[in-house]
Design a protein around this ligand. Structure first.
Ligand code: HDE
Length: 754
């Protein structure tokens, strides 16, 4: 008894001694209950689980995989032990034969520590290695039993726990967050019918049409094999060589060269299932479906110059943003929308819905909102959760099924396959973050690191010795949609005809962009292709772009110094298809400005000795009250003495957190302060970057002189540039409105003026 209280038992094992203690959530700061969506009715928590369920009897009761609290470890007030639970007396010194003598082989404590350390790393994901994740809740807002028997969409208000991982595709695990790249948007729904993984991207189309080409695509895009450069980017010869020879890539390139590939935040990007999937209802009827996530905060991006600079200033920019927003209670929220259509409708479309390089325009099939997802809790441990989570396209639940998209088919195979090597064996579904809430019963046995302790002698089916258990669910289980085959289908390698239309939707995307977005796309092509060393590759790309839009191709060619336009690339499909839609405003990033909130936006309020504090402090209070993050910035840390009132403690120096890490900037009034700031080149550089990146700027009083010193015209008609007297509350209002709008591109020029 005495020993037990001195060295409490491992809580993972405590159930064997004290079942009540085992079921109680462990104490300590690392464990917080999930925050339910406010106002929702059906949140129940079992066993203190973070996996908030819908109240079905299975939730939290699974003896094998159970809630995550079962495996959480909190060492507060605990003694240091070996992996066998033996208390360690001295963690500083190895065991030696005399103080200056050799270290002994006998020192199993040293060897255990070093051996474990030696094996800490697991292989990173071959793609999407760099990622960040969060826990949350999905809530059904419109039940659609007429389309699907998936229980998570069966009842309004029903809540399903989720774990979401965002990622870049190309970079290694430690690469920068703000590289130009597609972002992964993978959602694991822990439903009461088993896990459903919707493994999507922030761009609704893909580079290739057939899984057969995926290793080629990734080999071309990853660092070149001879010298392993460049990291986390496509601006190199092998990618564009491949791209220029694969015209099916054209539509995706338009998206990837747009500002979609440099999001401001994971909170401000859309997500897409990309492929056409199927919904199947209780009667076995099927509809095609496309999945869309839309952020409540709107779609906002960085500008390229800014993204490049952030890579140096804070390579963890997106990871930090997601973490801090959740810690601050500014929970990222997304709406799930569906495009549901019939097979007959799909046959009539001018494009093939099995081709992942095509979208279904919203004008053709509207998006119907069915739910919302709130990310409300950061993981406790990056490795255990974010790194070990294993998403898999094959994880579907009854009511959700696949289409024949040939890209999807390859993915159904690839994910589970790669995870067997990445996570070291076939039992990775038992790793707590991957384990379903639904109970797991089957006759799969053994394998490396098996956790479940299966009872009884039956591990086969049919059986009589185990009473026939576990038994087949029959119609209540997952029944694949019995899709009829065409009578004349032959085994063949090839593609359906409409897959060969490589340009119509690339043109649709181009035509749907605003002028600002078009210019950014041109600049991105110019940048990426300027890095390509092989002139023939650059020319071949331009010859393909000529089919998208003549102006686009010309502008890119000019940027590359190509004086004579090449012959357009021969088209694979000569038959002209008539698209249903030639412009879709919904494809512009500006179509989703968001809810007008400024939550989690970061504002630099510049201060220096001799500034007028009252207006700045009042502004900081207002911004904080609206959920924004206001930071007092100066040339160095320490306290700043204003003209009157209390000293202002500087939060961060210009050096430590340059301009690109802020969404907006405020310059103080006060002649002395302005004189001081003006003599520091870094302040002016800070202001210039804010201006060049089209961010809101507010200058009080003499602060406007700093703008002039940067060559910024203060009387320009620019709603993002506000010059005010110190007591102007309407200026503060204008600033908050400018902040909610995010960027003010009207001032942008190419090349930049400032
Ligand atoms: Fe993936 N993809 N992918 N992919 N993918 C992986 O699985 C693959 C594709 C996506 O946060 C891998 O566990 C093939 C499209 C995301 O853990 C791997 C093909 C879309 C993630 C794999 C594709 C995606 C991955 C690497 C073409 C958007 C990260 C590690 C046939 C709809 C998930 C892993 C996470 C990860 C294969 C194409 C999204 C190798 C073969 C299209 C978000 O299995």
């Amino acid at each position: 008894q005495e020993l037990a209280s001195a060295f409490p038992f491992n809580p993972n094992k405590a159930a064997e001694y004290d079942p009540d203690a085992a079921l109680a959530p462990p104490e300590g700061p690392s464990v917080r209950p999930a925050d339910p969506i406010v106002g929702a009715s059906t949140v129940t928590e079992r066993n203190g689980s973070d996996k908030v369920g819908s109240g079905s009897p299975n939730i939290g009761q699974n003896p094998t995989v159970g809630p995550l609290d079962r495996v959480r470890v909190d060492s507060t007030n605990r003694v240091l032990t070996t992996n066998q639970g033996v208390p360690i007396a001295d963690n500083q010194h190895s065991l030696k034969a005399g103080l200056r003598g050799p270290t002994l082989l006998e020192d199993f404590i040293l060897r255990e520590k070093i051996t474990h350390f030696d094996h800490e790393r697991i292989p990173e994901r071959i793609v999407h290695a760099r990622g960040s994740a969060a826990h949350g809740v999905f809530e059904c807002t419109q039940a659609i039993p007429e389309f699907t028997r998936a229980s998570l969409l069966g009842e309004v208000g029903k809540q399903t726990p989720v774990f979401v991982r965002f990622s870049t595709v190309l970079g290694e695990r430690g690469s920068t967050d703000t590289a130009r790249d597609v972002r992964g948007f993978a959602v694991k729904f822990y439903t009461d019918q088993g896990n459903w993984d919707l493994v999507g991207n922030n761009i609704p189309v893909f580079f290739i049409q057939d899984a057969m080409k995926f290793p080629d695509l990734v080999h071309a895009a990853k660092p070149e094999p001879h010298f392993a450069m460049p990291q986390a980017g496509t601006a190199h010869d092998t990618f564009w060589d491949f791209a220029s020879l694969m015209p099916e890539i054209t539509h995706m390139l338009m998206w990837a060269m747009s500002d979609r590939a440099i999001p401001r935040s994971y909170r401000t990007m859309q997500g897409f299932g990309v492929h056409t999937y199927r919904l199947v209802n209780d009667e076995g009827e099927s509809h095609f479906v496309k999945f869309h996530w839309s952020p409540k905060a709107g779609t906002h991006s960085l500008v390229w110059d800014e993204a490049v600079k952030i890579s140096g200033a804070d390579p963890d920019f997106h990871r930090r943003d997601l973490w801090e927003a959740i810690e601050a209670g500014a929970y990222p929220e997304y709406e799930l929308g569906l495009q549901v259509f019939t097979e007959e409708q799909a046959e009539g479309f001018s494009f093939d819905v099995l081709d992942a390089t095509k979208i279904v325009p919203e004008e053709l099939v509207p998006i119907v909102p069915v739910g919302r997802m709130v990310l409300n809790r950061n993981p406790d441990n990056f490795f255990a959760e974010t790194e070990q989570v294993a998403f898999c396209v094959a994880h579907v639940v009854p009511g959700i099924d696949f289409s024949n998209d040939p890209l999807l088919a390859g993915r159904i195979h690839s994910y589970v396959d790669t995870q067997i090597s990445r996570l070291g064996g076939p039992n990775f579904h038992e790793i707590p973050i991957n384990a379903p809430i639904a109970q797991v019963h089957n006759n799969q046995r053994d394998g490396i690191h098996r956790q479940a302790i299966h009872r009884g002698r039956v591990s086969y089916e049919p059986n009589s010795l185990g009473g026939g258990c576990p038994f087949q669910a029959g119609a209540a289980g997952l029944v694949s949609f019995p899709e009829p085959r065409e009578a004349d289908d032959h085994k063949v390698r090839g593609k359906a005809e409409r897959f060969a239309d490589h340009y119509t939707q690339a043109t649709l995307f181009w035509n749907s962009q605003t002028d600002v977005e078009k210019q950014h796309i041109i600049n991105a092509f110019r940048f990426e292709l300027s890095r390509v060393q092989t002139p023939a590759v650059r020319e071949r790309m331009v010859s393909g772009l000529m089919h998208v839009d003549a102006d686009l191709a010309q502008a890119v060619a000019t940027g590359l110094g190509i004086r004579e336009m090449p012959t357009p690339m021969p088209k694979v499909m000569t038959r002209e298809l008539t698209p249903e839609v030639t412009a879709s405003p919904a494809l512009s990033l500006f179509a989703r400005p968001g809810d007008g909130s400024i939550r989690a936006r970061r504002i630099a309020i510049v201060v220096a000795d001799g500034c007028e504090a009252a207006s700045l402090v009042a502004l900081a209070q207002r911004l904080t009250a609206e959920g924004a993050v206001a930071r007092f910035v100066s040339t160095a840390l320490g306290a700043v003495e204003p003209t009157s009132g209390d000293a202002i403690e500087v939060d961060v120096s210009l050096e430590a957190a340059p301009s690109v890490l802020y969404d907006a900037m405020v310059l103080p009034a006060g002649a002395d302060a302005v004189r001081r700031l003006q003599t520091d080149g870094r302040t002016l550089e800070f202001i210039k970057d804010q201006y060049r990146h089209c961010k809101p700027l507010l200058a009080f009083g003499e602060g406007a002189q700093l703008l002039t010193a940067c060559g910024i015209e203060t009387d320009a008609a620019d709603p993002g540039l506000i010059v005010a007297t110190t007591d102007a509350t309407d200026a503060t209002d204008a600033f908050v409105a400018a902040l909610a709008k995010h960027r003010h591109f009207a001032r942008e020029t190419d090349p930049p003026r400032v």
